[in-house]
Design a protein around this ligand. Structure first.
Ligand code: SAM
Length: 315
């Protein structure tokens, strides 16, 4: 199945023109599989021994020294073997795309802090937050979908997370219930998941429409306002999506800055790879706040999914 025509037309206006064709190809080919060691249960050294014993050829991802230890890649044909290892069953490793790992890394929670993951299931980033907090402090994980909530609870349990408090509730209500309570908040927002489209998996894009993008943007705006209310002064909020649509990225942040801009600044980000693009300055008639330029659009490759990230601080 080919990508939706309207999506392609929009993408061409968003990504750098010289990269458009190579980006289109990334939707056709299976990505390399990446995973990381679960530091609550194992170490990079122990996991490497397990992988070698299981005859799985792996390569360490080059940025672990500056960002995170124990991140690996394997080619897709070894994915089945990886999921049959005891390390996988026992939660000593977690399969996750590199761009998803970047969000917790940049939010950088510390042990003993109060942290909120406002749209958390299936919990891949919550697990990483718990690892970075060394299972201390207070980690709230909120998820609205019942089915996804229980999947997240299973994941947290099997991966040895003990500092998480899970809530099956609407993230839009959290700000009013818990004003200025959290040091750090991750809003990995529900989105149209455009960066997860795969032409060999028609289901991945069957729900997409411009109407859906606009509806999702409305939900994101309300979640962002809720996150702002729940954040302590001096606290940090990381907003991310796996969509390319400006309505779900720059426009959602613009809405927040128009309402709470005098209490917010954005922070510059350093990433360990160069397949990135600055956020758009304008989309249609909407001209965006200059502060949004501190965000980053991660462009997809054969390993990394597309992603949008912006880090804000309440001042
Ligand atoms: N951070 C997760 C991870 O890395 O595993 C992925 C989160 S996914 C992009 C967004 C999640 O938000 C979905 O599980 C969706 O069910 C949930 N969601 C949608 N609307 C919500 C709401 N109003 N409040 C809380 N969660 C919501």
């Amino acid at each position: 199945m080919s990508l939706p025509e309207a999506f392609k037309e929009r993408l061409e206006k968003i990504v750098p023109p010289e990269q458009f064709n190579s980006i289109l190809k990334t939707f056709d080919t299976p990505k390399q599989v990446t995973f990381r060691v679960n530091t609550l249960k194992s170490t990079p050294q122990e996991l490497e021994i397990e992988l070698t014993k299981a005859n799985i050829p792996f390569e360490a991802v080059g940025w672990q020294t500056t960002f995170l230890e124990g991140v690996y890649r394997i080619s897709p044909e070894y994915k089945l073997a990886l999921t049959q290892t005891d390390a996988f069953y026992s939660g000593r490793l977690y399969i996750q795309n590199l761009s998803s790992m970047i969000a917790p890394i940049l939010l950088a929670p510390k042990p003993e802090e109060t942290v909120l993951d406002l749209a958390a299931a299936p919990g891949g980033k919550t697990l990483m937050l718990a690892g970075m907090m060394e299972n201390t402090g207070w980690l709230s994980a909120v998820e609205l979908s019942r089915e996804r909530f229980f999947r997240m609870c299973d994941n947290l349990k099997s991966q040895g997370v003990t500092n998480a408090h899970t809530y099956m509730t609407d993230g839009r209500s959290v700000g009013k219930k818990c004003p200025e309570m959290f040091d750090r908040i991750l809003l990995d927002a529900p989105c149209s998941s455009e960066a997860r489209f795969k032409t060999h998996e028609p289901k991945s894009m069957s729900f997409w429409s411009i109407h859906k993008v606009k509806e999702t943007s409305k939900l994101q705006r309300r979640l962002l306002l809720s996150a702002f209310d729940a954040l302590k002064v001096g606290g940090k909020l990381l907003y991310s999506t796996c969509s390319f649509s400006p309505e779900e990225n720059e426009s959602s942040l613009q809405h927040l800055l128009e309402r709470q801009g005098e209490h917010l600044k954005t922070l510059p980000l350093t990433l360990p790879f160069d397949n990135i693009q600055k956020p758009l300055k304008q989309w249609g008639k909407e001209v965006y706040d200059e502060r949004i330029q501190n965000g980053v659009r991660i462009l997809p490759t054969d390993t990394i999914d597309g992603f949008f990230i912006c880090l804000l601080e309440k001042v």
